[in-house]
Design a protein around this ligand. Structure first.
Ligand code: S3P
Length: 447
């Protein structure tokens, strides 16, 4: 969360990858487990929490607003909640680091408390649009003083009681949906979010698990209507966080692309609102086997056995996009060595993630020698049919503080004839602190 010296790393092709690995806990579920535990009455515990910088930013903010949060020597986290409505005025600005999820969800929580909080973040986060949460939270009565364009740093003056609203999401965003549901927790009456395009449903699942009165219906247009009754009393829970499919995506694609690989990634969360990448990879001819499918903490989970596969290009079905929204950078790497053309459209949202992911992927892949065409809302990629990337010499990639751009090009390095150097791997610690070690344990060459 503080600026550290850049930490470059070089990746290049090696022999087949093999072994059995476990990815860290799901980032989305980890954030929510801390926030809801902090609002329950009593002591909750969380196993398998992602100890990445983004989630630690959430923990620090919840502590600053009164929750007691401790990490046990066994890695289990304990959270003593303050009760819904019990958040305290933070004494300092809340430093959100690189984390859009922390920022937007916590803005929702603060909005319906009579407290004032300042939100700050790093250079990447300070470029990201916050009007998508400012607008609906203002309708509930909260007041904002934001930087130009509705950006961080911003000051939020919450209100209690807030006004319950019904809000139709103008962008498909789980963060906006969740911000409103969390604001609704401490708002009298029913707060309703209408979601025309379904996004990840971890908030709904977990709010119910904590005892909130939450229903999901469909309206006449087929949109999901999520209603939460406010002034809820949350009961403390024991939460087990499954492995993050968005992190698993990197070793999975690496194993698919490096010929002869055979890798097992254990404990991968396969919530249908998150697992779109694995479906698209299968459409491309990927050999991904689900082993020991089970349920962990109310979420479907399996071990994935992945073998090196010859992939072919596909047209990515637009309705799958929300269930793999964070996985497009690594999908584009897979498409780059597939046989034939991959077309992905309807992805304007990728331009306002931790970086402009369409622009950075198009630029970086072109430098690796891939034929790629960027449009307003997507990429068209003509794959090399298995030929190695970076055939004309070493390439350096600027990751622009985007963990998933860094990891995607690291995987591209494993199928490159020359080294691919990422200028700074430090941002990877926001979501997947063990990435380099894990990839090395599978046989990847990292310098
Ligand atoms: C997240 C939602 C997604 C995703 C982000 C995490 C969440 O963003 O990109 O990494 O935990 O709710 P959107 O809110 O834009 O869908």
């Amino acid at each position: 969360m503080h600026q550290m010296a850049p930490s470059p790393a070089a990746f290049k092709s090696a022999g087949p990858l093999s072994g059995r690995v476990r990815v860290p806990g799901d980032k989305s579920i980890s954030h929510r487990s801390l926030m809801l535990s902090a609002l329950a009455v009593g002591t909750s515990s969380v196993e398998g929490l992602l100890e990445g910088e983004d989630v630690l930013a959430t923990a620090a903010a919840m502590r600053a607003m009164g929750a007691r949060i401790e990490r046990g020597a066994d890695g289990r986290w304990t959270i003593h909640g303050v009760g819904v409505g019990g958040l305290l005025q933070p004494q300092q600005a809340l430093d959100m680091g690189n984390s859009g999820t922390s920022t937007r969800l916590l803005m929702g929580l603060v909005a319906s408390h009579a407290i004032t909080a300042t939100f700050i973040g790093d250079a990447s986060l300070s470029k990201r649009p916050m009007n998508r949460v400012i607008d609906p939270l203002s309708l509930m009565g909260a007041e904002f003083t934001a930087s130009p364009g509705g950006r961080l740093p911003l000051v939020l003056r919450g209100i209690a009681p807030a006004v319950p609203i019904e809000y139709r999401l103008p962008v498909a965003s789980a963060q906006v949906k969740s911000a409103l549901l969390l604001a609704g927790l401490n708002t009298p009456g029913i707060t309703r979010v209408v979601e025309p395009v379904p996004t990840r449903d971890h908030s709904e699942r977990m709010l119910r698990g904590f005892g909130a009165e939450l229903t999901v219906d469909q309206d006449g247009t087929g949109a999901r209507v999520i209603s939460i009754r406010g002034e809820a009393e949350l009961r403390p829970q024991h939460i087990v966080v499954p492995g993050d499919p968005s992190s698993a995506a990197f070793p999975v694609v690496a194993a698919l692309l490096v010929p002869g690989s055979d890798v097992i990634v254990e404990n991968v969360g396969l919530n249908p609102t998150r697992a779109g990448l694995f479906d698209v990879l299968r459409m491309m001819g990927a050999d991904i086997e689900l082993v020991d499918a089970r349920e962990v903490g109310g979420e479907p989970v399996a071990d994935l056995r992945v073998r090196g596969s010859s992939l072919h290009g596909v047209e990515v079905p637009p309705d799958i996009a929300p269930s793999m929204i964070d996985e497009f950078p690594i999908l584009f790497v897979a498409a780059s060595v597939a046989k034939g053309r991959t077309v992905a459209r309807g992805l304007e949202e990728l331009r306002v993630k931790e970086s402009d992911r369409l622009a950075l992927m198009a630029r970086g892949l072109a430098r690796l020698g891939v034929r790629v065409e960027e449009s307003k809302d997507g990429l068209i990629i003509d794959g090399t049919d298995g030929a190695l990337l970076a055939a004309n010499g070493p390439v350096e990639i600027a990751a622009e503080l985007d963990h998933r751009i860094a990891m995607s090009f690291a995987v591209a390095g494993l199928v490159s004839a020359n080294t691919v150097t990422i200028d700074d791997m430090a941002p990877v610690a926001t979501s997947f602190p063990t990435f380099q070690r894990l990839m090395q344990s599978l046989g990847a060459t990292v310098a």
